[in-house]
Design a protein around this ligand. Structure first.
Ligand code: SF4
Length: 441
């Protein structure tokens, strides 16, 4: 594989041929144009769906390009999260310091928008010039009476995954601030960001089962519910890449157990419901979960069979942020007759890749922290028909001339839950079968 840099050879594996564990969980190689984003981006995408909080980016205006548009998280109430604020640091601020500018900007915004909390994000330049953001936040908190949290996320400190950890630490600073009574069988949903309203589909399922959802972290998130999150009986963690650390912090401090779930595909969605019923050891809840699953599956199977008949024989490449999602995608694609020939992720762990290796067909390329050159080669070598990824993979697919399915932050159709599985099949069919691709060959 000449297109893979020597130092990256161990980060690529082929199912059925390489027995060794894939090399992963490490910093990106200099010179390899990683698909990963910066620490600030990681913290921003996790935190900003908290819709009644103010999100102020302390840095140059360019960092503020990470706006609501990069993760269209929907809110059922306030929409303050959709506004992007920046201190717009200029040359003078870099030389003389931007702390006063930050204090004044935050105070003005808090007075104008009356948020329930404020998150102040440090970016690369703030890490370099050393503004004391913590001190500014303490002063603001005293002055305004709301939680003002410093999100220490200078981009150069690592990658997006490190930003997830910073976000979890910031959320944790809210947890435990209020004690509102909630039903005993309550859960927090961690790691769903309510893209295209996906969270609302899940809330409906849990409601039908008799499970109370306390805090949703962070999709359609509210400061008060998050502040009360320590009173729930269980943390249900989706997208474990971003939220496992918060679950760990809550376990250590409040002894709240957690479970890892995925809401993509029939199998994993059903397990997510059964596992919660099992946790509460509640027969009635389990019966309701079974009833719901039965009803949904019988409703959707004829539609899925239609897609399977037409898609059988197609090949897919997957490159996503978290490997746990990739695992669900391989299963969901198999359900509609599509074979996965490439699977990669930005932040997978050895355990994730081991699972992927066992799940995939022989010859499937498995790759960690890939780059556009590698991905383009893999796609051509394996003659994939569809690429499933996020905004940074879209141009790779389209330049090569193959169908693309957005399964990342920017999606506009819900892909989670049973309804999401139908939408997923529809999207894969529409893009893989589009007549446009014949003009690119
Ligand atoms: S790498 Fe630094 S400058 Fe670029 S977006 Fe991230 S924080 Fe801002």
């Amino acid at each position: 594989m000449a297109h893979i840099l020597d130092e990256r050879q161990l980060q690529v594996s082929v199912a059925g041929t390489n027995e060794r564990t894939i090399d992963c969980n490490k910093a990106s190689l200099a010179g390899s144009v990683s698909q990963r984003a910066c620490v600030f981006c990681g913290s921003r995408v996790v935190l900003y769906p908290i819709s009644d909080a103010l999100h102020l980016i302390h840095g140059p205006i360019g960092c503020a390009a990470y706006t609501w548009d990069i993760r269209g998280s929907l809110s059922s109430g306030p929409e303050l999260h959709r506004l992007s604020f920046s201190t717009d640091l200029q040359e003078r601020d870099v030389i003389f310091g931007g702390e006063t500018k930050l204090y004044n900007a935050a105070l003005e915004l808090i007075n104008a928008h009356k948020p329930k909390a404020a998150f102040i994000y440090s970016t690369c330049i703030v890490g370099v010039i050393g503004d004391d953001v913590e001190r500014a936040c303490r002063m603001l908190e005293e002055e305004t009476g709301i939680p003002v949290i410093a999100v220490q996320a200078p981009g150069f400190q690592g990658s997006k995954k490190d930003g997830y950890k910073v976000a979890c630490e910031s959320i944790f600073k809210l947890v435990g601030r209020v004690n509102n009574p909630i039903p005993a069988k309550s859960i927090n949903i961690l790691g769903d960001f309510n893209l295209a309203g996906e969270l609302w589909i899940l809330l409906d399922y849990y409601k039908k089962m008799g499970v109370h959802v306390n805090a949703t972290i962070t999709g359609d998130g509210r400061v008060e519910a998050i502040s009360n999150a320590h009173n729930a009986a269980l943390n249900v963690v989706q997208c474990s890449g971003s939220m496992n650390y918060l679950a760990k912090l809550m376990k250590d401090e409040y002894n709240i157990p957690s479970m890892r779930v995925s809401y993509f595909g029939i199998e994993d969605m059903s397990d997510a419901l059964y596992d919660v019923a099992r946790f509460f050891k509640d027969d009635d809840m389990m019966d309701k979960a079974r009833e719901l699953v039965k009803e949904e599956i019988s409703r959707m199977m004829p539609a899925l069979a239609w897609y399977k008949e037409r898609l059988t024989g197609k090949k897919a490449a997957i490159y996503v942020g978290g490997a746990f999602k990739a695992i669900s995608l391989v299963k969901a694609l198999r359900l509609i007759g599509v074979q996965t020939v490439i699977v990669g992720s930005q932040t997978g762990t050895p355990e994730d890749y081991e699972l992927i290796k066992q799940l995939c067909d022989e010859g499937t390329i498995i790759v960690d922290d890939s780059n556009p050159v590698e991905l383009s080669h893999f796609v051509k070598e394996k003659q994939a028909d569809i690429f499933i990824g996020g905004v940074k993979e879209r141009p790779i697919a389209h330049k090569i001339g193959l169908g693309f399915c957005d399964h990342n932050h920017e999606r506009k159709e819900p892909l989670a839950g049973y309804e999401g599985m139908i939408n997923f099949a529809k999207e894969i069919y529409a893009t893989a079968m589009s007549p446009v691709w014949k003009f690119t060959k």
